[in-house]
Every structure is written in C-alpha cells, then in structure tokens.
Design a protein around this ligand. Structure first.
Ligand SMILES: [Ca+2]
Ligand SMILES: [Ca+2]
Length: 139
C-alpha cells in the first residue's frame, strides 16, 4: 500500500515538473480559435461558468461551454486573439459588430479566424448574433 502511494506521489510530481517545462497553456474553443496564456505565475480559477486564467504573461477568460480542450505548449502568439475581437484591437465592443457586418456585406475582406465568432465554419448573421451576445454578457 505504501509503495503504491509513493508511486502516485512520484507520478504527480512528475506531471507537475513536466507542465512547468512548457511556456504556454493554450485553450481551444473551436475550429481555429485558440487563446493562450503564459505558464509564468499561472493561476486558474472558475467563476460563473467561466475559466479564468491569469499569469504574468496575459490573462484569458473562457466560457466552459465554449471550451473544447486545453493543452501545454511552447507555441505562443500566432493564433492568439479574443473571441469576438473581429477588428483585432484587443477588446470586444460595438466596433467589432460594425467590422463584422462590413465583412459580411463585403465592404472589407473577411478575416475568417476572428469573423467566425460561433465557429461553425461560415461567416454570416448568426455570428453577429453571437458577437452581440458576447458583448451583452449573455454567453
Ligand atoms: Ca475589437
Ligand atoms: Ca459562424
């Protein structure tokens, strides 16, 4: 019994050390949509159905209902964006609705990665609805 316990402790410590070898924790919230935070000072809490990750290298708030999976990686950046931040200015607000509508109307070119807010593979009015719900805090 004692041996099994020691083995489990060793296994848990092994996992902890392994996770610290990676620089980023990435969150996949659907096709092509990922956010990442640094593992430096990483702290994960849960509130109101959201996973809230804070670190010395950025923060992320992800609705658990939208989360596919999360994983440790040394890859940061590239596909890092806020869901609903259609104009990629770092915040989600009414200007993103304007940008999204302009993309749908063909006024500006579609940025598929950020414009497909509900991750169904298409950019259409349902993404506008989803974006407004995000801004209103419904989802
Ligand atoms: Ca924005
Ligand atoms: Ca869509």
């Amino acid at each position: 019994m004692k041996k099994i316990l020691m083995f489990m402790v060793a296994l848990l410590m092994g996992v902890a050390i392994h996770a610290q070898d990676f620089s980023y924790l990435r969150f996949n919230t659907g096709a092509g949509s990922e956010q990442c935070v640094s593992t430096d000072g990483l702290k994960i809490t849960f509130s109101n159905g959201n996973l809230v990750a804070t670190s010395n290298g950025g923060n992320a708030t992800i609705a658990l209902s939208a989360m596919n999976f999360m994983y440790f990686s040394n890859e940061g950046g590239s596909s890092q964006f806020l869901r609903g931040d259609v104009n990629r200015d770092g915040s989600v607000n009414v200007s993103d609705v304007t940008a999204l509508i302009n993309m749908i109307l063909g006024v500006i070119s579609i940025d598929q990665e950020v414009a497909d807010v509900n991750n169904d593979g298409n950019v259409n009015v349902s993404d506008v609805t989803m974006l407004i719900n995000i801004i209103l805090g419904v989802v």
